[in-house]
Design a protein around this ligand. Sequence first.
Ligand SMILES: [Zn+2]
Length: 236
Amino acid sequence: MSETDALRALMEADRWVDRVSAQRNHLSEMAELSTLEDELRALSKALQEARGAQAPVQQAYEDAANEAERIRRREHDLDATLAASTGNARELGVLQRELEHLRDLLGRAEDRELELLIEIEPLDEVVAAIKARAQPGVARRAQLQATILELQATLDEEIASLRLARAERARALSPELLARYDNVMVRVGTTGAAQVNAGRCDGCRIVLAPLDVDRWKSQPAGTFMSCPECGRLLLP
Ligand SMILES: [Zn+2]
């Protein structure tokens, strides 16, 4: 194999590693997960706000219900006292008025309880609606996380085997040429060589000056001119 072919084979191996690595790091599932996480964060914030609005009304409702219950018990006790009373008409009259007062209080407490119950219902619905919206998202998130791990494990295996093939190809190059190639690759990434395609370096896409193209064409076999822009070894 000529050095040019060996260099090209190494460049292609590195391009494969780069392609699969890019695929591994830009899975469509990752983009979907990121969008989904933004949505879930927004829903979580909305849920927090909805609960913030719900909590004081819920507390007021419970207080009103307790108050109504307390009055109801007093009314019940007083009713029993009145039924068992052997007092005179004046005493019975006092008890009766007290009972009427309690019934009045109870009526108002029950109205308050009902008002708060009506007020709390839509707040509960908002909380429930946010939870219902988030639920499929939470399930999808778990699904996506599992899929991403699975795909990345598969692609990592593929990358590992591509790297082995790459190491094999690297051994076909002279140590000097490989060192040049690797130096450029460390500096500019992806590959240390590129092809000249229609007067353009396909590594950095710059159009070579006519003088550089002439120089590149007339270089003796086995020497490799560097791209004046990216420094990659230029291959025919
Ligand atoms: Zn270039």
